[in-house]
Design a binder for this molecule. Structure first.
Ligand code: ADP
Ligand code: MG
Length: 695
């Protein structure tokens, strides 16, 4: 019998050979260990299978049935349809890609186990589900009540005979003949604390679990290691930054700051004063500031950042102030240029849509040190933009930028101070994970006199009334946003789209009003022009996708309608809501839900209507749909999570944090096993060469 080791190349495994090895390698699998790290996506087990008639929309479910019919459907978009049937009913399975492949795969009468998300459009359907062909053999496994792994599939794997069944043959063969255990870097006391198994048991159990419960325990053990790796980056980065001494220094705050504050039409709130103190005290320190300014939409972060920029200017330093959209950068510049000029500080603006000579001129002034504060978009990152003495980097709506972009701007200075801002409230559990290497300042109150936005949700059949409300509001001098999930019609998703809505509404209910349209595919220049006209009250109703989500400040906009609100996440709905209620007038948000609404969708809308606190919304969002793109885990530059769920596994996260605190604090007196863990994590982290937080 073969002697299989963890680092044995897959190519020489029984039944693999050069061709399959090549395909595996293209999926990141060269050795036995790599294949064991390819975890099943779902499992087949009888208890898990739902009769087709009992499927619920938005549910993630497995069904078992027979192919009744299959073929290409023609329409605006070609698609392949399979009608699958069990004793209770039928469902339509749809593929928009790989039509030729599916055409060859399916035969009438074949039996499949199918896993996917249930949706509804003229009948129950699943789009691009996972498939598992059930032959005699696997059928027996299913009926014997065994839980069998279903591996993530790609067309290439299936073609090469490495479908779920093929991969199962390999993994079960490996576990039979593997002569060594997967080494466990974590000392036993650490995972025993959470009643978790060894790493080897966890990997074996994730492939071939004995019970459903065991899958979860194994998943948690793998998550523990995943979280440990993730958090290690953050701690390591923090340690590296602490060792830097900056080349510039700050005097006590001077006259200019007082003069600017005197010009403001309002008094800073206590929360704003507190964070200004925190930032100024950081700036006066020897090591560069790395601070996240965090606060709900509309809480007034900009003025705080501008005061920091002015403090830098007072000390002979330049500041770059980057925002994610042209309209936002321009808005900052226009609001602050004059007040800054009054106190003798020169501001500039650099965006891509400026004419070339103008860009060149601004870049020159900046390079010579003639500009103190340069506002701008991604345009600031380009090589032709240089600074004479960049001391402070400010990044607004930082979650909108990639790590690399932040890093490029940061590198234009000599260890400058860094202030990043976000309007997305981040729950504490996540702040520590994603931003553990940043110090955090929070503005926890809104400026006085804000009326809370009235929020309601309505079913789509209430739209005529809602449109009536819109026109009443405009007659009273207000302006309105209507938000759509899609730009144009899609055959895959039965959702409203902004182009059709514009074509229709501007000719019918709103034909007597000034209606405009904006979305991500409108050229930046035209988009800014439309937003300018909206702000200058030359437009009554702005139909838009979520491109207007961040930063836009039009205090006269009092109503927002969100179409297909059941499709948006809570955090995003809240972010959108932040666009209204920025002035003294009462503002209203109407979330429109289209049928069918899932239970969770409805819960989300009820919560959204009832809660206005962004932090609570963020926690609820995390709970209702898990993290993911909403909090920019992906953009944060951290390794992606495969098994861990930051909300469900928050106890593990806390355990991991305490473990790391100990590893870093007592490095010199660490026990041998812990020193080994530290070195293991450090080697891994160094290999991944990830650079966080701009530095
Ligand atoms: P965000 O934190 O979302 O970036 P902004 O900085 O855009 O919020 O501020 C929102 C609005 O609140 C702006 O119009 C700003 O002028 C105003 N504002 C900021 N601070 C105060 C304050 N202390 N009192 C009254 N209004 C304020
Ligand atoms: Mg802002």
């Amino acid at each position: 019998m073969p002697d299989i080791k963890l680092n044995s190349p897959l190519q020489y495994l029984k039944g693999v050979g050069p061709r399959k090895a090549e395909v595996l390698a293209r999926h990141g699998m060269d050795t036995v260990r790599d294949l064991l790290d390819y975890y099943p996506r779902v499992y087949l087990d009888r208890t898990n299978v739902v009769p087709i008639a009992q499927l619920k929309v938005d549910e993630y479910a497995t069904i078992i049935g027979e192919v009744k019919a299959h073929g290409i459907l023609y329409g605006k978009r070609r698609r392949y349809e399979v009608i699958l049937q069990d004793d209770t009913g039928g469902i339509s399975l749809l593929w928009f890609q790989g039509i030729r492949f599916w055409e060859r795969l399916f035969k009438k009468g074949q039996k499949f186990a199918v896993t996917g998300v249930v949706s509804y459009f003229m009948g129950t359907q699943m789009i691009h589900p996972d498939l598992e062909r059930l032959d005699e053999n696997s059928d027996r496994m299913v009926h014997a009540g065994r839980i069998i792994p279903v591996y993530p599939q790609t067309a290439e794997l299936t073609k090469a005979g490495l479908g779920s069944k093929g991969l199962r043959q390999l993994t079960s063969f490996i576990f039979e003949h593997l002569t060594e255990k997967i080494p466990d870097p974590v000392p036993a006391a650490e995972y025993k604390r959470f009643s978790l198994p060894t790493l080897h048991e966890a990997v074996a159990g994730i492939h071939y679990p004995e019970s459903r419960g065991q899958i979860e325990t194994c998943r948690r053990r793998l998550s523990f290691n995943e979280l440990l790796n993730l958090q290690f980056f953050v701690y390591r980065n923090k340690g590296q930054k602490a060792a830097i001494v900056k080349n510039h220094s700050y005097q006590k705050p001077g006259e200019k700051l007082t003069e600017l504050k005197n010009q403001l039409p309002f008094e800073l709130t206590a929360a704003q004063k507190k964070v200004v103190r925190e930032i100024f005290s950081d700036l006066q320190k020897q090591r560069p500031m790395a601070r996240l300014l965090h606060g709900d939409v509309g809480c007034g972060k900009t003025v705080v950042a501008v005061l920091a920029a002015l403090y830098a200017a007072e000390n002979g330093l330049q500041c770059s102030f980057m925002a994610p959209t042209e309209i936002l950068a321009e808005q900052h510049f226009r609001n602050w240029q004059k007040p800054l000029e009054v106190v003798g500080v020169k501001a500039g603006l650099l965006t891509s849509s400026l004419k070339a000579p103008q860009k060149k001129k601004t870049a020159e002034l900046c390079a010579e040190g003639e500009l103190d504060i340069l506002f701008g978009t991604h345009a600031l990152i380009y090589d032709y933009v240089t600074f004479n003495r960049l001391g402070l980097v400010i990044i607004d709506e930082q979650h909108r930028f990639g790590v690399e972009q932040r890093g490029k701007l940061y590198a234009k200075g000599d260890n400058p101070d860094l202030l990043v801002m976000t309007a997305t409230p981040i729950p504490r559990t996540l702040t520590l994970t994603l931003y553990g290497d940043l110090d955090i300042s929070t503005i926890d109150t809104l400026p006085p006199g804000r009326k809370p936005v009235r929020t309601v949700w309505r079913a789509a059949d209430a739209l005529p009334n809602v449109y009536g409300f819109v026109t009443d509001e405009i007659k009273k001098g207000g302006q309105v946003y209507i938000i759509y999930p899609l730009i144009e019609k899609s055959e895959q998703m039965e959702l409203s789209n902004v182009e059709d809505a514009y074509a229709e509404l501007s000719q019918t209910v709103f034909k007597d009003y000034r209606v405009a349209l904006v979305h991500g595919r409108v050229k930046a220049k035209d988009r800014d022009e439309i937003l300018r006209r909206f702000r200058d009250k030359e437009i009554d109703i702005l139909l838009s996708t979520t491109v207007i989500e961040v930063g836009i400040d039009n205090p006269n906009a009092t109503v927002m309608i969100v179409e297909n609100a059941e499709r948006f996440g809570l955090a995003q709905l809240h972010q959108l809501r932040g666009r209204v209620g920025r002035g003294a007038k009462q503002a209203t948000v109407v979330a429109i839900a289209h049928k069918p609404i899932s239970e969770i969708g409805q819960k989300r809308l009820e919560y959204f209507a009832a809660e206005s606190d962004g932090f609570k919304i963020a926690e609820a969002d995390l709970m209702l749909r898990g993290p993911g793109e909403i909090f920019g885990v992906r953009q944060s530059g951290l390794p992606e999570l495969r098994t861990a769920d930051l909300w469900r596994d928050r106890d593990l996260l806390e355990g991991v944090r305490l473990l790391l605190e100990r590893l870093f604090a007592d490095y010199n007196t660490l026990d041998k096993n812990y020193l080994k863990l530290y070195n293991y994590l450090n080697t891994r982290a160094a290999r991944m060469e990830i650079n966080l937080g701009g530095g």
